[in-house]
Design a protein around this ligand. Structure first.
Ligand code: CA
Length: 324
């Protein structure tokens, strides 16, 4: 190849002009319909998501269900259906209910401790939404893919593995067994498995022999998501550790972007040097940084900071942005 042409190609690649950015539907099309329901999945699929996310916790009969938390009352009417089934802390745990019981609950928009909708402008109707299992979501995505000739990927998250372990349940093993049943425990399949707990990410790769691509989520130490030291994981040495077992990181947007100057923190560059993909969370048009428009934030994230994909409650907004 002539030298000029090859150096031009090199420049194009280095400036990411050929890059395909992944739009990850965070809890489905959760900006429009109650999170993690089959209906929110279908809408995200119709909005052309590249991946649809499933947060996973276990039921009493050890079935992975798609819920963001081990608790139920923030997204369902459990306190009305089973008023006596709270634990001493006043909370209702998915793990204390069989799948048949969970299926009787209605899913609603996420509410805070006062029962008010966390995002007031979102879905306010009365349709009867239900909790879905992980297998139901796999089957629905794969059927829609077949019928619409698309390849929307899966993006499950192992939730609270240590909490499940304390209750005698190995959620990672159960989820990996399901992935193997559907031939999804495969580095070449369109799926990432994510977890906040770095010890569990390592155990999935080395102890449970996972073949699937893994993403290490990065939070703040004071969130209590796991015992992992996120301040360390964000350092070059921490990222190097991550790169021994995972293919990507899922940082919080402020970890990649200095909010005041809207410039890079350097995390994306460090991760890319190690070959790690970077998928920050969560882009929400109804929770933007003060004075920043959707367009500005997406321009900076994709064009300046060069993230590889993004978790969003608003798949349609991000897909539309990237098409321009
Ligand atoms: Ca998640």
């Amino acid at each position: 190849m002539p030298r000029l042409l090859s150096s031009m190609l090199f420049l194009l690649v280095s400036f990411n002009l050929f890059a395909k950015h992944d739009v990850i539907a965070h809890r489905g099309a959760s900006g429009y319909l109650p999170e993690h329901t089959l209906e929110a999945l279908i809408l995200a699929h119709a909005q052309n998501a590249d991946y649809i996310e499933q947060d996973l916790v276990l039921s009493k009969d050890l079935i992975p269900v798609v819920l963001h938390d081990i608790h139920l009352e923030t997204v369902t009417n459990v306190e009305q259906v089973f008023p006596k089934r709270a634990r001493d802390d006043g909370r209702f745990y998915a793990f204390d209910f069989t799948l048949a019981e969970l299926k009787t609950l209605r899913v609603h928009e996420r509410t805070d401790s006062n029962g008010q909708q966390v995002y007031p402008s979102r879905y306010n109707g009365q349709s009867k939404f239900r909790i879905a299992t992980f297998e139901e979501q796999i089957q629905l995505i794969s059927e829609l893919n077949r019928q619409l000739n698309r390849e929307v990927g899966y993006y499950p998250e192992i939730k609270s593995p240590q909490w499940h372990k304390k209750h005698g349940a190995d959620i990672s093993k159960i989820v990996l067994d399901i992935l193997r049943k559907y031939k999804l425990d495969d580095a070449n399949a369109k799926i990432f498995v994510q977890c906040f707990d770095f010890n569990e990410t390592k155990r999935m790769r080395n102890g449970l022999n996972a073949k699937v691509k893994l993403v290490q989520l990065i939070g703040e130490n004071d969130w209590g998501e796991s015992n992992s030291d996120y301040d360390y994981l964000k350092t070059p040495a921490g990222l190097k550790d991550i790169a021994t077992v995972a293919q990507g990181i899922g940082p919080w947007i402020p970890h990649v972007l200095e909010p005041d100057s809207m410039t890079s923190t350097g995390l994306v560059e460090s991760a890319h040097q190690l070959g790690l993909s970077v998928h920050p969370y969560t882009f929400r048009t109804d929770q933007l940084p003060k004075g920043i428009t959707s367009k500005k934030l997406l321009d900076v994230l994709f064009d300046d900071i060069k993230v590889d994909g993004i978790f969003t409650d608003f798949t349609d907004t991000v897909v539309h942005h990237l098409q321009k």
